[in-house]
Design a protein around this ligand. Structure first.
Ligand code: NAD
Length: 490
């Protein structure tokens, strides 16, 4: 099926949404579509005054209680209507996203937007299932623990998977009665406005979900605002640390940090279906051209299996098609920006200078005339002291590490800083059950790499990959605080 379209006919609106109205105030920041570098609609940058308007609007909406005190069933009904509107508008939203981000149009229609409305429905269903507790009591006193929303939540999203991130950052918070100020990435700013306007159409009261545009300084103003009660942030580990510092400096606000990764894919000697392993390994580092937080970028493989596996992986990689995101056959989308591609070039050059060797790829795709497309690249002998080992490339780059002794292979899975996700390939049930406890990662997949289409399992890293969970019940509860109420009675 073809979803091809002409991006020049897609209307991209860049605005804040404050109190239910579009606001275009602010200096302008240019935006470039990654597929061909064409300049699209510039975004208005939220300065302190605009951030204050957005947060004050969210705070007012919270304190008037129209949403917070609505019956949970009424909140659920609005979220369900919102999900239905996203479904009805799926192709329109997909074209806006594909015309301005790294997400291919077919993936948006068949995957991202299905998961976005699915997540909304999941959280809508939770709205009336939040329970408190009675913990202690006697004839003269009773202690209740009551879950309550925080108030204004700041949701800060990265450039990758803008649609999914917009919903993950807002739906669970809204389901339990919070108000939200959402800041999409300055590189992928358009769809957040579309989602928020559909929420209004679904019946969400004005001000309960505001959108503000801007880059790092705007995000910092948001985090530092005194009426923000909690921050949910997804992005790089370096920015996460700055967010935490700002949150600590301005009221010790709680933060959930979903940060970067350098996720290992560990192949054990016993595994037999090498085609299945190769498919997972290739998808693990090539999906969204490696611009996935959980990308499996470190392949740890027995030396006896290495050559055979790499041949299969390279064959799959060669079948990937670099193309603009508005082409239905795009399976290797561009890097988000020229700046990010240049960062990958520099990291790669440094890693090679440190002693790494190229097995395949190793640079830009010369067949593409515009946009920053990267070849699937496989490296070996990447020294542990090198940037290629320490840091995320955030491009389609896999580093291969060979082992003889399985204990060494297992030890290699643990990275000195990142611990977001990992995968293990084995036919041995006992090892499949035993190994995950030896791997430091927030998620371990056995015989797969990548999040399954489900909403109930929590996602989130350990160590330098952050803390706190999104999705599932724990993701929902991260937007609640628990109040102890002692009732003294006769
Ligand atoms: P980034 O850290 O550059 O930016 C993320 C967001 O933070 C953007 O909206 C940006 O404008 C904002 N920001 C920048 N400086 C800020 C500051 N000082 N205060 C507040 N906000 C600020 O990340 P990116 O390049 O957009 O995204 C890629 C990164 O995100 C990768 O490291 C990737 O691994 C990570 N990521 C993690 C997950 C996860 O679930 N763990 C998911 C997706 C992406």
């Amino acid at each position: 099926m073809t979803y091809d379209f002409d991006p020049n006919f897609i209307e991209l609106v860049a605005a804040h949404l404050i109190d239910g109205a579009r606001v275009f105030d602010g200096e302008k920041l240019p935006v470039f579509r990654p597929s061909d570098g064409f300049e699209t609609a510039p975004i208005p940058i939220a300065n302190e005054e605009i951030v204050d308007r957005a947060v004050t609007s969210a705070h007012r909406a919270f304190t008037t209680g129209e949403w917070r005190n609505a019956s949970p069933l009424d909140r659920a009904a609005v979220l369900h209507r919102w999900a239905a509107l996203i479904d009805e508008n799926r192709e329109r939203i997909a074209r806006i996203e594909a015309a301005s981000t790294t997400r291919p149009v077919a993936d948006l229609i068949n995957r991202d937007l299905v998961r976005a409305s699915g997540a909304l429905r999941f959280f809508a269903e939770w709205a009336d299932k939040i329970e408190g507790k009675i913990i202690a009591g006697n004839n003269s006193a009773t202690s209740m623990v009551r879950p309550e929303p925080y108030g204004v939540i700041a949701g800060i999203a990265p450039f990758n998977f803008p649609a999914i991130n917009a919903i993950w950052k807002s739906a669970p918070a809204l389901a339990v009665g919070n108000s939200v100020v959402l800041k999409p990435s300055e590189l992928t700013p358009y769809s957040a406005l579309v989602f928020a306007e559909l929420a209004l159409e679904a019946g969400l009261p004005k001000g309960v979900l505001n959108v503000m545009q801007g880059a790092g300084p705007s995000g910092s103003h948001l985090v530092r605002h005194p009426l923000v009660r909690k921050i949910t942030f997804t992005g790089s580990s370096a920015t996460g640390a700055r967010v935490m510092a700002d949150a600590a400096a301005t009221g010790t606000k709680p933060v959930t940090l979903e940060l970067g990764g350098k996720s290992p894919q560990l192949v054990l000697k016993d595994v037999t279906d090498m085609d299945a392993v190769a498919t997972n390994v290739a998808n693990g580092f090539l999906a969204n051209s490696g611009q996935v937080c959980t990308a499996g970028t470190r392949l740890i493989v027995p030396s006896s299996k290495s050559e055979d596996l790499l041949e299969r992986v390279m064959k799959i990689a060669a079948g990937r098609k670099a193309a603009p995101t508005w082409k239905s056959d795009c399976t290797l989308p561009p890097i988000i920006s020229e700046k990010q591609a240049k960062r990958i070039d520099d990291m790669l050059a440094q890693t090679l200078a440190d002693g790494a060797e190229i097995i395949c790829g190793g640079g830009r795709d010369a067949s593409m005339n515009s946009g920053a497309y990267y070849q699937p690249t496989i490296l070996r002998n990447v020294p542990e002291t090198s940037t290629g080992f320490r840091d995320e490339f955030f491009g389609p780059i896999l580093s291969v590490y060979e082992y003889e002794d399985e204990a060494d292979g297992i030890a290699m899975t643990n990275h000195p800083s990142y611990a977001l996700a990992a995968s293990v390939y084995t036919d041995d049930f006992n090892k499949a059950m035993r190994l995950p406890s030896q791997i430091e990662a927030g998620t371990v997949w056995v015989n797969a790499h990548g999040r399954q289409p489900d909403y109930a399992t929590p996602q989130g890293g350990f160590n330098g990959s952050g803390f706190g969970k999104e999705m599932g019940r724990s993701g929902l509860e991260s937007f609640l605080r628990f109040k102890n109420v002692w009732l003294h009675h006769g």
